[in-house]
Ligand binder design. Sequence first.
Ligand code: 5AD
Length: 329
Amino acid sequence: MTLNKKEIVALLNDEKNQDVLFKQADEIRKQYVGDEVHLRGLIEFSNICRNNCLYCGIRSGNKEAQRYRMEPEEIIATAKQAADMGFKTIVMQSGEDMYYNIDRMCHIIKEIKKFDVAVTLSIGERSYEEYKAFREAGADRYLMRIETTDKDLYHQLDPNMSWQNRYDCLMMIKELGYELGSGIMVGLPNQSVESIAEDLLFLKDIEVDMSGIGPFIPHPQTPLGKEQGGALNLALRTMAIMRLLLPDINIPATTAMETLHPQGRIMALQAGANVVMPNVNSGEYRKLYQLYPGKNNADVASTHAQSDVGKKIISIGRTIGKGYGGHKK
Ligand code: 5AD
């Protein structure tokens, strides 16, 4: 569906009629990508990061964060467990930690590919040479949110980073034949609905294969700790509009939504989402990967219909995806 900026802004502002929007997004989701919910096993393998984003709990300036870094063999073993549980996609996410150089990353990717899974990387901005090497080692997809398309806001929130470089990275990733994932945060300080509308048009314009929308949640150990957060409904509307604009892409029900509401992911799955990314880390690492407070403390990783997340999916009339769950164009 095509919507112009004015129409998107009107939908974003219309809290009163959001149920109509959610229903429409749910119907389009069903029509284009069906009832399967694809589960991705998420491994957060290092919370060490060279960047200092004002909103993020693992920013380099947060001296209170206890840091960890999983060794390659431990990452591979965790991926094996996830594959044995039935996950057909492994998502490897970390801070921008340069310990994982080409050699280490390619070794990890090649080993994980032996488990007959799709591999998604979410490790931030790298060089073309690195992206190319990871792709040749077998990585299938790459996830990197643009966060916001308001360049002034971006440069305010992500000091010493360049919006243009992030954009260039997304283009390299696409050119190398990865499935491209991106997305934004919603409810950031000084972010307008007009700007969110432009973000959505941007995501359509670059033809993402998947895209995640997360509400901003203030973290007390960051400079934005006292800001207003928790824009769950606005994030859900943003996500639903994205489903209208990009009817066949993969859209996750994000952890940040579940953090703000105990049924947040189910609400998302009924407003356009078709993917859930349960954390497969051990509890000890999970506690330390605190991008924002309250993040994923509870999820038990499982692909079984009888698990908590499985039961919820079945209870709303959906099924658990059995394939790799890539973007079906
Ligand atoms: N609140 C919500 N989402 C956050 N992220 C980072 N910090 C926060 C926060 N305080 C999101 C960013 C990043 C993703 C991994 O987590 O969008 O890309």
